[in-house]
Design a protein around this ligand. Structure first.
Ligand SMILES: [Zn+2]
Length: 212
């Protein structure tokens, strides 16, 4: 190899390293327990006409919060009490459960993205003032990364993209099929449910690395 070839070779390697550096990104984990988002209509039935959610504590994503209000979920087989409502109110009621919760409730909630309720499973939702049966409400949330647009651009990530994430530690491994969600009002955070967190030994704010 002559000097010119060596220079060219070195440049190519440096370019590849730059590409790798631009996509590598450490993301803090947020672990989600089972919870419910309520519509105005269902809030009225469960907690009384015109009732409002009571803010318990903020969650990391801007504007969202854990409310003091709790409901009971009832499926064909069993029920789960003290399920927290997450605010603010939404257009559609949506219940996010874990795979183990599916067995307790006797449903088969599919793994899908928030808002994709076409194949969601039925549950009865019981509050202090009433109850409501929802034919399509229960899902297991697909693991995902929230990221604001500027940061996504810097790291060549686009909305809806599927990436792999490296988890370190005693139960570490490669977590595939993590969906990127780009939105203006968001902060960098990867959401997993409690079972995924336990399987990979993950805790809140632990850093994981996007590797593809
Ligand atoms: Zn999320």
């Amino acid at each position: 190899m002559n000097l010119e070839q060596a220079k060219l070779f070195a440049e190519q390697i440096l370019n590849q390293m730059n590409v790798a550096a631009s996509t590598a990104l450490n993301v803090p984990i947020g672990v989600s327990n089972r919870h419910i988002h309520l519509s105005r209509e269902d809030m009225d039935i469960l907690f009384g006409q015109g009732s409002e959610l009571t803010r318990l504590k903020a969650v990391k994503q801007p504007g969202q919060f854990a409310a003091k209000e709790l409901v009971t979920l009832k499926g064909k087989k069993g029920e789960i009490k003290n399920v927290r409502v997450l605010g603010p109110l939404r257009k559609e009621t949506q219940v996010e459960v874990s795979v183990a919760d599916n067995y307790v409730l006797g449903i088969k909630a599919p793994i899908c993205m928030s808002g994709e309720l076409d194949n969601a499973e039925p549950l009865e939702i019981i509050g202090p003032c009433g109850k409501v049966y929802k034919e399509h409400c229960a899902i297991v949330a697909w693991r995902h990364i929230h990221i604001p647009p500027e940061l996504a651009k810097q790291h060549n990530l686009v909305d809806g993209q599927s990436v792999a994430v490296q988890v370190n530690g005693i139960r570490g491994g490669l977590m595939q099929n993590v969906i990127v969600r780009v939105a203006q009002a968001s902060v960098l955070e990867m959401h997993v449910d409690i079972e995924e967190a336990n399987a990979y030994g993950l805790a809140n704010d632990q850093l994981v690395r996007i590797v593809s």
